[in-house]
Design a binder for this molecule. Sequence first.
Ligand SMILES: *Cc1c(COP(=O)(O)O)cnc(C)c1O
Length: 351
Amino acid sequence: MISFYPGPSKVYETIPQYVKDAYREGIVSVNHRSDEFVAMSKKTIGLLRQKLRIPRDYTIFFTSSATECWEIIAQSWVTETSFHLYNGAFGQKWFDYTKRLHVNATPVAFDVNEAISTSHIAQLSNHGVICITQNETSNGTQVTNAIIKKIKSQYPGALIAIDATSSMAGIKLDFKNGDIWFASVQKCFGLPAGLGIMACSPYAMAKAAAIGEKNHYNSVTFMSEMMNKWQTSCTPNVLGIYLLMRVLEAGDPINVTHERLVAQYKEWNEFLKERKTLKHFVSNEKVHSYTVLPIQADAETLASIKKNAKAAGILLGEGYGAFKPVTFRIANFPALNGKEIKTLKKFLKSW
Ligand SMILES: *Cc1c(COP(=O)(O)O)cnc(C)c1O
């Protein structure tokens, strides 16, 4: 079965070998305060910087998921208010979780077919955390590096927090323009779920220290003290970190992966334009995600595609939320190879 699900998604074919190596090397039972763990943690963080071009002065943390990062941000960085720019289900969920902890969390919603505009940006302020879902996995749209840069330059006093869960390790991100970036590894990293990555600017770290929130095991102040020793505040997903290290070590630098995914996205977009019964769910190409493609069809076609996909050895992503009856989604993640994409295109050509 080839999984085109946009998370959890197809893992790299090297994973079974790496898991065996981890077992043989005793990594799976290694103590998380040991020198062995510290060396592995340090190496993995170095590889994240090197392969993904995360600036040297950003602090990188291991968490357990992107959802945990939403909560860490609400706990440790939001004081007065937060602004949530969103056009889909994940951005809204982030807002909903934050709202439970801070009544002043403010939604700034925009349309699926529209880019964030000056009128949305005008609703933000320098006081607070500005939350952006860079790649909205539910509807296959993205916020460009240029827009994030514009927000940052207009509000230098605010903290810019960016959910890049389904784009980090797939496309080039200008880390400089944001303060708190996070993702989990079951999307573009091509790894099994259960590990999150959070990269924080010196400004974000200074703010966390000034706020000084210390009420939780995952308060940033506490996580930071531990990360100064390349450690975590709880027993982390050691196998996950090991697999991340191996995958990064063997993988391409981000600019190479980016070029490949953008080229594949363009081919998908052309392919969809040629179909009579299928089309991209988002009509405005300028906001298309490079890594997630939502595809629209009438209910009958969709039912027929879904029914036949399984028999053809293909797992398609369900449409998300309200769009479920008329869409399906496919991942354009790095772990999917050309042969697999060809198989899916051949299958979809029958409709
Ligand atoms: C998948 C996803 C999440 C949730 O990730 P978890 O690892 O389940 O916490 C959050 N945001 C976006 C944009 C996602 O795609």
